[in-house]
Design a protein around this ligand. Structure first.
Ligand code: FNR
Length: 372
């Protein structure tokens, strides 16, 4: 029987076990450059089969929160190289999550105070995070976005491609395309945020076009075996919804089956909330989603996330419902999560006050178990 602790080859990625660290924004990258302490933070967690970095902006326009890192400037690539070298020295495997926030941004974070961009000029009823001149963080409503002109879309796809190339230069083992949680790609996917009448709006195929163009570019640039993708079929995060999520995401995974990807990463339910969150008339059927992917020829590892504990994760892998389980908050608080899961040791509790922003406290100082 397969367990969480068995190794796995996922595309070109060699995982020591089936436990992934979920992408976790920590807002500790002033000037959008990962600080030296980020190398320590990720290396502390290098026993994960796969580390997925915090979401990382592909462009200045893709930035939506204070002090999140990017991959569009040489000093950012250098900062990430410090991280990947430290993680590799510790025996880990690490990919970076490529991010464009779309409308989930603020004019204060955009070049020249510009409006954030979106599929349609519909503001998200959600907040973003700014840090004031005195260093104090605060959540503020997002700014009114403007709709992208169709002529601008190739430039955005090119930004994803460039960022994937930059990730390779920074020494990452691969990238995860962030198509979840109501950010730009998900804003195109879901009907509530996409009212376009051109080739990128309307039908499911049109709404999925941006994602598939990004996947084509990124896989061509670095090889499909180094690429994963994250989707969240029903999460209401950042004010997105769709009347027919099962049909939409069935189409998405059938199309993703075109590429021999490293993995497909599914957030089940509402991100950080109920796993049984329902959108549309019927509960979302994740088993059917996977079956559709496999039927279409998809062979990538299937990664699941959201509210998993030891028992649920062990069962998911043992029963073949998932190949990899990603843990978020538990990894913030437990650098040695893999060992704790293996030994069924108690977990440290997380402190949500230090999730976003701040210093090494709540970042580097969670204790590990005593050496065995
Ligand atoms: C997140 N999450 C998240 N998701 C994502 O795709 N990119 C990101 O950068 C972040 N950032 C982030 C920061 C913090 C502090 C939290 C708590 C969450 C969502 C995260 O990856 C995961 O989906 C959820 O935390 C649910 O998994 P757990 O925590 O129940 O294992």
């Amino acid at each position: 029987m397969t367990t969480l602790f068995d190794p796995l080859v996922a595309g070109e990625l060699k995982l020591a076990n089936r436990i992934a660290m979920a992408p976790l924004t920590r807002n500790r990258a002033p000037g959008a450059v990962p600080p030296p302490m980020a190398a320590t933070y990720y290396a502390q967690r290098a026993s994960a089969g796969l580390l997925i970095t915090e979401a990382t902006a592909i462009s200045a326009q893709g930035q939506g929160y204070a002090n999140v890192p990017g991959l569009y400037a040489p000093e950012q690539v250098a900062g990430w190289r410090r991280v990947t070298e430290t993680v590799h020295a510790a025996g880990g495997t690490i990919v970076t999550q490529l991010w464009h926030v779309g409308r989930v941004s603020h004019t204060a974070l955009q070049l020249g105070g510009a409006a954030p961009v979106a599929p349609s000029a519909i503001a998200a009823k959600t907040k973003t995070y700014l840090i004031d001149a005195d260093g104090r963080g605060r959540f503020v409503p997002t700014s009114e976005p403007r709709a992208l002109a169709i002529e601008e879309i190739p430039g955005i796809v090119a930004d994803y491609r460039r960022a994937a190339r930059a990730a390779m230069e920074a020494g990452f083992d691969g990238v995860e395309v962030h198509a979840a949680n109501g950010y730009l790609i998900d804003q195109f996917l879901r009907a509530s945020s996409n009212r376009r009448t051109d080739a990128y709006g309307g039908s499911i195929a049109n709404r999925a076009r941006l994602l598939l163009e990004v996947m084509a570019a990124v896989t061509e640039e670095i090889g499909a075996g180094r690429v994963g993708v994250r989707i969240s079929p029903v999460t209401p995060a950042n004010d997105v919804s769709d009347p027919a999520p099962q049909a939409l995401f069935t189409y998405v995974v059938e199309q993703l089956a075109r590429w021999p990807l490293a993995y497909v990463h599914i957030i089940e339910g509402a991100t950080g909330g109920p796993r049984d969150y329902q959108q549309g008339d019927t509960p979302f059927d994740y088993g059917a989603l996977r079956a559709a992917y496999t039927q279409a020829g998809g062979r990538a590892a299937w990664m699941v996330n959201n509210g998993y504990d030891r028992e649920l994760a062990m069962a998911a892998v043992a029963e073949g419902r998932a190949d990899i389980v990603a843990f978020g908050k538990a990894f913030i608080a437990n650098p040695d999560l893999v060992r704790r899961l293996r030994e069924n040791a108690p977990l440290n509790a997380w402190d949500s006050n230090t999730f976003y922003g701040g210093d090494a406290r709540g970042y580097l100082d969670y204790p590990t178990l005593e050496p065995a």
